[in-house]
Ligand binder design. Sequence first.
Ligand code: 4AD
Ligand code: MG
Length: 462
Amino acid sequence: MQKPITVQEALASTAPRDNAIVQGWVRTRRDAKTFSFLEVNDGSCLRNLQVIAPSTLGNYSEVQHIITGASVSVRGRLVASQGQGQKWELSAEEVTIVGPSDAAYPLQKKGHTPEFLREIAHIRPRSNLFGAVFRMRSRLAFAVHRFFNERGFVYLHAPIITGSDCEGAGEMFRVTTLDPAAPPKTPEGSVDYSKDFFGRPTYLTVSGQLEAEAFACALSKVYTFGPTFRAENSNTSRHASEFWMIEPEMAFCDLAGDMDLAEEFVKALIREARTGGADDLELFAKFVDKELLARLDFVLERPFQRVSYTEAVKLLVDSGRTFEHPVAYGTNLQSEHERYLTETVFKCPVTVYNYPKEIKPFYMRLNDDEKTVTAMDVLVPGIGEIVGGSQREERPDVLEASIKRHGLDPRDYGWYMDLRRWGTVPHAGFGLGFERMLMFATGVSNIRDVIPFARTPGNAAF
Ligand code: 4AD
Ligand code: MG
């Protein structure tokens, strides 16, 4: 049997071909006098292939009943199109209805709201917008690996189930096989997790960083790219409970080197978004965000601004602007502050560094001022924080003090302390939120619309 070709291959043909087989889902069908037009899409590209099914087909009466959403396999001649809007069309010699549809098919030609489409997350990839978003997601995922591979980084699979709370924020999902109705108890009456599956409390990972540090202290330059989980009750357009993060970690690297890599990485992904998949990009620019292309170009052309946290707070205070959350030295920057800095003050991406130690996790390196740590966040217009990273505390005594200061138990971080005991090195890394990057690259404004099946507080349908 002849091997099928994709719609993309068909549309990119340079000459007519006989016996072409195309398989996909019918977007629309309409009848003319002696034939029926089918628009077929297989997700290989944004565009549909027009199929002309003549009334001479043996099953023409069935073809005339094909409904939007049905799957078909079509064999025929790929010929130059007489009609407008496409170079090639498929003149059918055989139309096989692989799977029928019916009138309840939820995706119709009229526009649907994002909220409605989230309710049919299993069908929405068949829409133009979501097809484009998820092709972009795949393209950028591939570009992530290429970026690090070209720079000699080793790809590390960090564990999904872990005993450590990397961010120390206690926002973890517990992993257990204990019966919630009758868990084993300690003599003191609390749940006895030593009887649990792993003989200890375990959680879904919030970050692969700690494990990446162990591997960086052996393979020098590593990165992770995997799912991470946060049981954080944030119902915003930028927070998901399950999201993908890319975390490079480099031995013999300081904060400046870390900021340089983050900037290079963000730009490389934007360059990829800007150059690959022209049709998809055009769709985003036309229907999602009219400023998209200008913004992507703007980011590529300029160096990111760098300001210390102290300077950033001063800029916010001196702006005279009233924020919903008041700003003062020592408070966390909220999304409104981040966006003000990047959208109004600098009008370009900004890397903010050296945050007060009180508002950052235990692993960040203490600066000589003993007040700030070597944290850095990259903020971008429209979103705010897209990257969070730091140089890590490599001095065993300072690290132990920091763990205690954060109310954590050094005994829980035994293996992590060992990395400082044997062959410690200055090292640094960061995490890029893959969905936030996709929001930036597509202009899609809600994180629920750039992840295949979103998990957010109160929602794990599908
Ligand atoms: O700033 P975060 O929490 O940093 C870490 O997890 C570090 N361990 C990274 C490292 O140094 N290796 O998260 C990093 C990035 C954020 O900048 C943001 O882009 C994304 O992950 N992120 C989220 N994305 C979607 N939903 C959430 N709930 C997110 N929380 C963080
Ligand atoms: Mg952060």
